[in-house]
Design a binder for this molecule. Sequence first.
Ligand code: SAM
Ligand code: SF4
Length: 425
Amino acid sequence: MNVYDSARMADVLAPLGYGPADHAEEADMVILNTCHIREKAAEKVFSELGRLRKIKTARAEAGQRMILAVAGCVAQAEGEEILRRAPFVDIVLGPQTYHRLPEMVAQAARAGGAVLDTEFPAEPKFDFLPEPLAQGSSAFLSVQEGCDKFCTFCVVPYTRGAEYSRPATAILAEAAKLAQGGVREITLLGQNVNGWHGDEGWGLGRLIRALAEVPGVERLRYTTSHPRDMDDELIRAHAELPQLMPFLHLPVQSGSDRILAAMNRGHDRDTYLRLVDRLKSVCPDLALSSDFIVGFPGESDADFEASMDLIRQVGFVQTYSFKYSPRPGTPAAAMDQQVPEPVKDERLAQVQALLMEQTTRFNHSCVGREMRVLLDRPGRHAGQLLGRSPYMQPVHVKAAAHLIGTVVNLRITKVHPNSLEAIPA
Ligand code: SAM
Ligand code: SF4
């Protein structure tokens, strides 16, 4: 989502004459687009601001101005604190107001002190953003934002606000524009992307069906989904639409019912497993990835083992795993029985080792298989191109440069530590 938001900020600023710079030292403006999901991510902002302050001072001494802005969820949650701890920052803006960046830049240029805009405006920012510029053959498209689910560990409902779905017409128009610009693969984005709903009762499955008909769109993905919002129509889309890639990121967070309840996830282990069964029964080559939190308050060894067991049972081919990070203002941060750091470290290492094993096994099972690969860039070696398999694995192949931006049939021949090797099928 932050990658998408950063690209849209660049779109908004382009008419003012701003374009991307390679290094902060050369930049008239630096925007830090920040994440508040875990403490480590939030703390990084302040260390990065320290580094940028030096660059800003050096530029000022050389008679060059640098506008420094902090955007994103840390700005939303800690706007005042940023201005207190880093008074050299010119602009602080939340994720819902970046369409107003040009005004903020003008205000900052008038040097009237720092500009702070962390409102949740009544009119959604999407109504004010210019058309996106297509870059490359794969693009993100934000369809939904915010969250009403209030998992007890999570800051998203506070920083991104209530659930909002963009209208289908706007999404279809943006997709058509991207496809005309050469995009072949679109990943639909949302904090609860499958909670998307449009007018006339459309759900995400119906939207994906309409997107599959947009000329030029060859591949569709969506992330991140919530198990509670996986409805029949979306499951059917996996069975019926070849454009919808057979790879689904479906976070579960824990394999223990006790912990899932304390997390306020609104589903238990069995419901999740039944959902996976339904998905795999309609789409047998579906592979799943997930998110796990280890060391949630009160997580016992047995609860943790239940997560390990679920990872084996579902056979996730990839997973993001995190140590629980207490976030200010969330219910879990105030819970008793916080798990000691060394225990979290040990559990994280175990989860990651198991997942590494499963990812490697899956990669090896791909050898000999034919796959449709979207070639999207030159490889590291001459005459080589790099692309993505339906399962998001990086694949390299010897192929002519004009094939960049096309989907080709390849046969996987070898597994490397971070990629697969292939030959034309
Ligand atoms: N909406 C998605 C869902 O319900 O699964 C997740 C979106 S959240 C932005 C991304 C991931 O960050 C979560 O799935 C969770 O694993 C992780 N996360 C969120 N809050 C966390 C916390 N306080 N500590 C550790 N990990 C956290
Ligand atoms: Fe956070 Fe996802 Fe839970 Fe919403 S559903 S509170 S975004 S983890």
